[in-house]
Design a protein around this ligand. Sequence first.
Ligand SMILES: Nc1ncnc2c1ncn2[C@@H]1O[C@H](COP(=O)(O)OP(=O)(O)OP(=O)(O)O)[C@@H](O)[C@H]1O
Ligand SMILES: [Mg+2]
Length: 269
Amino acid sequence: MQDTIEFEPTAYHIKKSNEGAALDIKDFNLWYGEKQALFDNNLEIQKGQVTALIGPSGCGKSTLLRCLNRMNDLVDDLRIEGQITVDGFDIYAKGVDVIALRKRMGMVFQKPNPFAMSIYDNITYPLRVDGVTKKSILDETVERALQQSALWDEAKDRLNDSALGLSGGQQQRLCIARAVASDPEVLLMDEPCSALDPIATARIEDLIEELKGTYTIVIVTHSMAQAARVSDNTAFMYLGRLIEYGDTDTIFTNPRKSRTNDYVTGRFG
Ligand SMILES: Nc1ncnc2c1ncn2[C@@H]1O[C@H](COP(=O)(O)OP(=O)(O)OP(=O)(O)O)[C@@H](O)[C@H]1O
Ligand SMILES: [Mg+2]
């Protein structure tokens, strides 16, 4: 596989009427120590839609996703250049409240990571940290979040049981419930189904379909089929660069770049 390729200008803008960009990534570069991992990324992520990030292992999908809610701040020796705005607001500006930002940008990880506490406490934890103590508010939030994550019927009679007693798929839906409990604007999902069986995966995919609109969703996935099923727009990354971004149907059926075509047709990856 060749390591250098010609890259066209990387400003991709999908214009859809009555919709704006929820997230705007501009001329974004990132280094882990000496090693550059993201190169001149430009991407507008549309409000209320599902955007998939695809590309071979190590191309920078998780790195880019983690920049969107500044999870990468926790990494030593990390340097960035460029800008990411949420509704026009620069998230890397001086004085930004990172905790508040992460509430607006809920995150779901590859491996379900419920806290070792009850189902109820998992969901109310972020509210209680904020000082919410009124039981009626906590109860309402638990029911809403579990309804939204399609877990209510399975969990309503065991709210005080440990979350660790749930199946993997249920745990992942609980993590989604926890993320939506603080009513974020954006949900960031990093391979949310890779630890799940096909039935649990299908439930999460249905859930993504239901949650979009209410939330802007960015999902990293290794599954072409999943990206094609759940996303409106797809961004293909390779070696830290954004190669092509567009309508998911176009990316999968009629991409402009041969490297995108090679990847989506399974010729490399
Ligand atoms: N904390 C870190 N410190 C140093 N280098 C890192 C760190 N995290 C990621 N990298 C490097 O940055 C590059 C992009 O990694 P990243 O995890 O974003 O890729 P990815 O596309 O999510 O891959 P995968 O599909 O395997 O999850 C890789 O070369 C990786 O080794
Ligand atoms: Mg990754």
